[in-house]
Design a protein around this ligand. Structure first.
Ligand code: SF4
Length: 186
């Protein structure tokens, strides 16, 4: 299956109530021929309006970190656990997460990335460890099912807690190093 076919399936999805309140599906964007996948939590207002992940203030902050460590945004793929916006940007509930995970699982299967970077707690708890705590576990490197995974702060959390920006920059430096190591050495 191609990502475009999966996107068409998502467009028709009514497996959780969020399809009824979203403006646009936010399926994912970036290179489909990449070793690197970034996974956030759920679309926000700007993402819902444009259909593109990480384009609001949090997305602009993500762009700054990517640029600071030399990761080209158009050379990676970026998506979220949820493809539709939860109203008022509330946390996606467990039922919504469970309903939507199958699409992320398929995206991972199709893209087959060597490294997955989880942005925020919800993504890291889904993909790395249900007990992942961002304050303790950010920047650590995990090997799961033949892939390398890392987790760091969600950029939206940094807008609320700017005190974590230094840690996040160090995480991104490590992410860039890890990408280099993983992609050069297989
Ligand atoms: S959030 Fe996911 S499961 Fe819910 S309607 Fe949208 S695509 Fe379907």
């Amino acid at each position: 299956m191609q990502l475009s076919e999966l996107r068409n399936i998502c467009l028709k999805c009514t497996d959780c109530p969020l399809h009824a309140t979203r403006l646009n599906l936010v399926f994912g964007s970036g290179s489909e021929n990449t070793d690197v996948l970034f996974v956030g939590e759920a679309p926000g207002k700007n993402e819902d309006e444009t259909g593109t992940p990480f384009v609001g203030l949090a997305g602009q902050l993500l762009d700054l970190y990517l640029e600071a460590v030399g990761i080209a945004r158009d050379k990676v793929y970026i998506t979220n656990i949820l493809k539709c916006r939860p109203p008022m940007n509330r946390d996606p509930n467990p039922e919504e997460q469970a309903a939507c995970m199958k699409y992320l699982d398929r995206q991972i299967e199709i893209l087959d990335p060597k490294i997955i970077v989880c942005l925020g707690r919800i993504s890291a708890q889904k993909l790395i460890d249900p007990n992942f705590r961002v304050t303790q576990d950010h920047g650590k490197v995990y090997r799961i099912d033949g892939r390398t995974l890392m987790g760091t702060y969600h950029p939206a959390a940094l807008l609320r807690n700017p005190g974590c920006k230094g840690d996040t920059l160090r995480d991104f430096e490590k992410i860039a190093e890890t990408i280099k190591g993983v992609t050069e050495n297989g």
